[in-house]
Design a protein around this ligand. Structure first.
Ligand SMILES: [Zn+2]
Length: 281
């Protein structure tokens, strides 16, 4: 009997030990994966952050790369650099001059890799039921904001046209883990997801979180993380200071302190708008 108990204790101890090892490993992998680059020192970084490339152009570049078996991020970086980071439409006279011009763009390539490699789904899922409840969004990058002093808008607002709190589910655009969750004066109830290549995806002004979501939770792309709301601009619980919308921000990892460096999500959202998971709501 006593032997049995000792054996049981030993087994529990071994399982607990390996669990701890596994968790430790998971966290160290996440940390190691974050590229620590001084992005701010890159020439024309503000232009890069503006991410001024139409969804049609991204799609065209992507299919060109697939047809010609060229690395998409490589080519995309060269193409953007060659065109001064402003692409309305892609011209068809492709030339190796774009592709061969990748010198000194390691960091810029890394930026595009962080932004584009992990996104899978639009943050609002398709509704299984058909109805007319619509959302809308526009390019409001660096628009003026006044709450808490004059500042700029570093994201895209997806607005519920019916202004109904808690109606639209919000899904994660990427795989990753919940790095931050909780109340922010400006962002209200927010979830911040760190994706595999280091991008930080910030979902703000939520009405509520999805059940079971907490700091450190592993998240799959397309998983519901919360519901669209109008929380924020005050002490915890403040709601209704503006229309119901999701503020989406995408940030690069800058250094170990994880300062924010925001990228305009507008064209990225347009680019993945047809990639939606289906949910019932
Ligand atoms: Zn916003």
């Amino acid at each position: 009997m006593r032997n049995k108990i000792y054996r049981l204790i030993a087994i529990i101890f071994i399982i607990a030990f390996f669990n701890c090892m596994l968790l430790e490993n998971l966290y160290s992998i996440k940390k190691e994966r974050l590229p620590i680059i001084d992005f701010k020192s890159i020439e024309k970084i503000d232009k890069i952050a503006e991410f001024s490339v139409t969804d049609e152009s991204i799609n065209e570049i992507k299919s060109y790369c697939e047809q010609n078996k060229i690395d998409f991020i490589d080519f995309f970086t060269s193409y953007m650099k060659y065109n001064n980071y402003e692409v309305d439409s892609v011209s068809y006279d492709y030339d190796n001059k774009y592709y061969n011009n990748v010198d000194n763009t390691k960091e810029i390539k890394q930026i595009y890799k962080i932004i584009l490699s992990d996104i899978k789904y639009f943050p609002i899922p398709k509704n299984k039921k058909t109805n007319n409840h619509k959302y809308s969004y526009c390019n409001s990058w660096l628009a003026e904001r006044t709450y808490g002093g004059e500042r700029k808008h570093y994201g895209t607002d997806i607005i519920d046209c019916e202004d109904e709190r808690g109606y639209f589910p919000v899904v994660s655009m990427t795989d990753g883990y919940v790095q931050k969750i909780g109340w922010l004066e400006l962002g209200g109830w927010r979830v911040g997801i760190r994706a595999k290549h280091g991008g930080y995806f910030y979902y703000a002004h939520l009405d509520k979180y999805a059940k079971g979501i907490k700091e450190g939770s592993k998240i799959k792309a397309g998983e519901v993380i919360g519901y669209m709301g109008n929380s924020g601009y005050g002490k915890e619980g403040t709601c209704g200071k503006f229309v119901v919308h999701l503020h989406l921000g995408i940030s690069l990892p800058l250094n170990e302190q994880m300062d924010d460096f925001w990228i305009n999500p507008y064209w990225i959202l347009r680019y993945i708008e047809d990639s939606k998971v289906t949910k019932k709501y």
